[in-house]
Write a protein that binds this ligand. Structure first.
Ligand code: HEM
Length: 411
């Protein structure tokens, strides 16, 4: 699959051109707090359709969302088994305790701070430079297609230690695996093909470990027990959607947000210390994954609404991040906002394992662009053209339609 086709397929996975789910949700957040399925009408993620019976609830307020995410005894993650299991296999996302804690600990070791620092200098920064270099002399670029879409999956390929020549093959399998529009059968085939491709690497790294993530997983143990090849393959499969789609969305949204707020972009150019706040604010304002699912394991209640055992409970991270009782003027993108936690990476036991990596990728792409192309500006195409109206859209994922830019070409 070419990058352009894969990109189109991803857009369909993301759930169509919904530009502003936040305004209707804000009203419901203030007045109701917890929605039953009938109130959602078109706002639910396509990933979640039919995942659990008829009883569906969506939690909108910050404190309620945080409570649901932290209480994984009452609100179980096993719901992912139905949503993702058939394609992904058994992953830590669908595990509850104590299995989740044990397995996550092993994977977590691979994401420790020291490793991340090494990846930053040896893998991620050189890749960012290489990719920006490819269009720096052109004077214009469409940053989604030329940079933000292919970048994170290549980071993962490098972290896994896959041979450079295999990147296009790996990237194609990765996109087919996660594209709804590629079709269920194609996703299952890609999933099996990926297992066939990765298993020899796992077996080789068991014999002779190298300095990469597959070796960490192949040689580490959970309470004295090694992960099987199948468990490692499932974990690696999860990294594709978890680590590449989310990060692609967030890098693109960050670039578009700054280009559409040129005063704030100028401030970031003048003071690189503002890159961190610009990233945190983007994660709050447009989290890549606005809805995540849980299943009520027992009868319970949220914000006074009774939720029977077995109901699907969708946590709306995007609404929580715009809860006016936590964030003043929540619909504005403001890099000078008082720092405080938000739920873009979730909270509680399943909080994103790759959040430091994601932040690192966002920081390095932005700083590399600002260093190499300081006069970058948004350059929408003429009315009616595909790049005429760049905007963030989607429901399952939030990502920019396109980020067309122009600048002074440099050799
Ligand atoms: C800006 C980019 C990212 C965002 C917004 C994001 C968001 C999230 C969210 C919301 C969850 C929780 C899902 C749930 O509890 O149902 C999650 C889990 C996870 N993320 Fe990320 N993620 C990002 C990047 C990454 C990266 C780069 C990786 C690794 C390469 C990664 C790996 C994971 C894994 C393995 C989990 C499962 C953790 C568990 O179940 O214990 N993520 N992510």
């Amino acid at each position: 699959m070419e990058s352009g086709t894969a990109l189109h397929a991803f857009d369909e996975t993301a759930g169509g051109d919904i530009r502003d789910p936040w305004t209707p949700l804000a009203e419901l957040r203030r007045t109701v707090g917890v929605l039953s399925s009938s109130m959602m009408q078109g706002l639910a993620s396509p990933d979640m359709d039919g995942a659990a019976g008829d009883l569906q609830f969506t939690v909108l307020r910050y404190d309620d969302c945080a409570r649901v995410l932290r209480d994984n005894t009452t609100f179980a993650s096993s719901v992912y088994k139905t949503i993702m299991g058939p394609v992904m296999g058994r992953t830590i996302l669908e595990m509850d305790e104590p299995e989740h804690r044990r397995t996550r600990a092993l994977a977590g070791r691979a994401f420790r701070q020291k490793t991340l620092e090494r990846w930053e200098t040896e893998l991620i920064q050189p890749l960012a430079e290489e990719m920006v270099e490819r269009f720096a002399s052109n004077g214009k670029a469409e940053l989604v297609e030329e940079l933000t879409f292919p970048f994170p999956v290549q980071v993962i390929a490098r972290i896994l230690g896959l041979p450079h020549d295999d990147y296009p093959y790996f990237q194609r399998l990765a996109f087919t695996l996660t594209s709804v529009s590629a079709g269920y059968e194609a996703s299952i085939r890609a999933s099996e093909e990926l297992a066939g491709y990765l298993t020899p690497f796992i077996q080789a790294r068991r014999q002779e470990p190298e300095d990469d993530l597959i070796s960490d997983l192949a040689t580490g143990d959970v309470d004295g027990e090694r992960l099987s090849d199948t468990e490692i393959v499932s974990y690696l499969r999860l990294l594709l959607p978890a680590g590449s789609e989310t990060t692609y969305c967030s890098i693109g949204s960050l670039l578009l947000a700054l280009l559409q707020h040129p005063d704030q972009l100028d401030e970031v150019k003048g003071d690189r210390e503002l890159i961190g706040p610009a990233i945190e604010e983007l994660l709050r304002w447009e989290p890549a994954v606005p809805f995540i699912p849980r299943m009520a394991a027992a009868d319970t209640a949220v914000a006074g609404v009774d939720i029977p055992a077995g109901s699907q409970v969708t946590v709306c991270l995007g609404s929580a991040n715009r809860d006016e009782t936590h964030f003043s003027d929540p619909d504005s993108y403001d890099i000078h906002r008082e720092p405080q936690p938000n739920l873009a990476f979730s909270s509680g036991p399943h909080m994103c394992l790759g959040m430091h990596l994601a932040r690192t990728e966002m920081r390095l792409v932005l700083s590399t662009i600002l260093d190499r192309i300081p006069d970058l500006e948004l350059d929408p195409g003429p009315p009616g053209s595909p790049t005429a109206d760049p905007h963030i859209h989607g429901v399952g994922f939030r990502s920019p339609t396109c980020v067309p830019v122009r600048f002074t070409p440099s050799p």
